[in-house]
Write a protein that binds this ligand. Structure first.
Ligand SMILES: [Zn+2]
Length: 447
């Protein structure tokens, strides 16, 4: 096992990068060094990147050229008070102005794209170039290391819709580089969890990745069955808010600390705990992060604020003062680990209950996002509420491209996932609000 991990890390990964002409591992090596720079130096570099991005956006993006002019913001003479007065970029503004936001000189057909369900179940498409994607992957790889994971190790993942390698290249990659075993959270029941325990014992993965709530459900199963021999070196919880009680159950089941990670498709990794687990280190080499009160002024350390990010590296589609719609708590504390990346205390974001089929098996709500919201045209926002064993309510906010086919496709997909015996009812709303805490519930199980 260790031989294969070492081969994968030191031979197959570098060769694959060479073949693809990827900067990924080179950026990772730079990030491994820069994390130890003093905070003041990292902030100085961040400021230079921010100023360069703003000049680029003023020059090349019709949306920002106009916005800066209307707001009286001079990108050539950066001044933080006037920057803080720029209007926030909302998801609906992005959707309405995508073409205008894209910078001149970038051919859309050459760009990558992400279609995401965001943190509040609102669908959105963002674009990026290859350099951005490689850096974003390197960011994640660095924070993987804080959890004890080195690329090349075998990984256990609790995710919905796991990718199935089909082509020869994909199968080769899965064998040599992306060495994963999966528990599919779209179908969680006694048999699938039992089979995954057997697979784990045979394959002996070294780290575990998953959505917090799926990690929790699987941990509870292990505790109930008295299974105590699944012992990863690290556990990374992503994509959802990690609740304190769930963290306790997961750590007890695996005898291992959980690393809480926060990010989103649109901008990549935002913050992650290090091995000290004393708050999350902000990824200020890639982002400028603000925490704002409802009146738009900066939240003080210890105070909750809306998380607003500026992506310092996305030159194709500049996202400036983008409001993610999660809430976080800034802090002035410094981490005893010695890294110069500043901390935030915690994130209040998306939660998603498990829903139930008639046969009692469970469907991870968060895994439904990519099968419904981001896969079906015409939905702006979605919330799934199971009110009875045989009734699921779909709260839908229509997008401009909504049609009758949207509802047909949505219900067809839900029937496909849940099987027979459950009725689906769609209702149409103007907006699906967050809870006052800032928490957004994508799926709610009332039974
Ligand atoms: Zn630290």
């Amino acid at each position: 096992m260790a031989v294969m991990s070492a081969l994968s890390r030191h031979v197959f990964h570098p060769l694959w990068d060479l073949k693809d002409r990827s900067r990924r591992l080179r950026v990772l090596r730079e990030l491994e060094r820069s994390q130890w720079l003093p905070q003041e130096e990292l902030e100085r570099r961040q400021r230079l990147k921010l100023e360069a991005l703003l000049r680029h956006a003023a020059d090349r993006s019709p949306f920002y050229t106009r916005l800066f002019r209307e707001s009286g913001f001079d990108a050539t003479q950066f001044e933080s008070q006037s920057f803080a007065r720029l209007p926030l970029l909302t998801k609906s503004a992005i959707r309405a102005s995508t073409d205008d936001i894209l910078a001149r000189g970038y051919d859309r057909s050459q760009l990558g794209q992400h279609k995401t369900g965001g943190s509040t179940g609102v669908s959105l498409t963002t674009y990026f170039d290859r350099a951005w994607l490689e850096t974003r992957i390197a960011d994640a790889m660095r924070s993987d290391q804080w959890a004890g994971y080195r690329h090349g190790m075998k990984v256990a993942a609790l995710w919905g819709n796991p990718p199935i390698p089909r082509t020869f290249k994909e199968r080769l990659r899965a064998r040599l580089l992306d060495r994963f075993i999966y528990l599919d959270t779209i179908n969680l029941n006694e048999q699938t969890m039992r089979a995954f325990v057997d697979l784990w014992r045979a394959e002996r993965p070294e780290v575990l990745f998953g959505h917090s709530h799926s990690l929790f459900v699987f941990s509870r199963y292990l505790a109930e069955k008295g299974i105590r021999d699944l012992r990863p070196r690290g556990i990374v919880s992503t994509s959802m808010m990690l609740l304190a009680n769930e963290r306790d159950v997961i750590e007890a089941a695996f005898g291992c600390k959980v690393t809480d990670r926060y990010g989103c498709e649109e901008v990549g990794l935002i913050a992650c705990e290090c091995e000290v687990h004393s708050g999350l280190h902000l990824n200020i080499e890639h982002l400028y992060v603000e925490f704002l009160r409802p009146d738009g002024t900066a939240a003080q350390p210890g105070e909750e604020g809306a998380i607003v990010v500026t992506d310092l590296l996305n030159y194709a589609m500049p996202l400036i003062r983008y409001r993610i719609e999660d809430v976080g708590v800034p802090t002035a504390r410094r981490c005893p680990c010695g890294r110069g990346l500043p901390l935030m205390e915690r994130v209040v974001g998306r939660v998603a209950d498990y829903l139930k089929r008639r046969d009692g098996s469970m469907v991870a709500g968060v895994s439904l996002v990519e099968r419904t919201l981001t896969a079906i045209e015409g939905i702006e926002q979605l919330q799934i509420v199971q009110t009875a064993v045989d009734l699921i309510q779909l709260n839908v906010v229509r997008a401009p491209d909504f049609s009758q086919e949207t509802e047909v496709a949505l219900i067809r997909e839900m029937q496909h996932v849940f099987g027979p015996g459950i009725e689906f009812r769609a209702s149409y709303l103007e907006r699906i609000p967050q809870e006052r805490s800032g928490k957004y519930r994508f799926s709610i199980c009332q039974i």
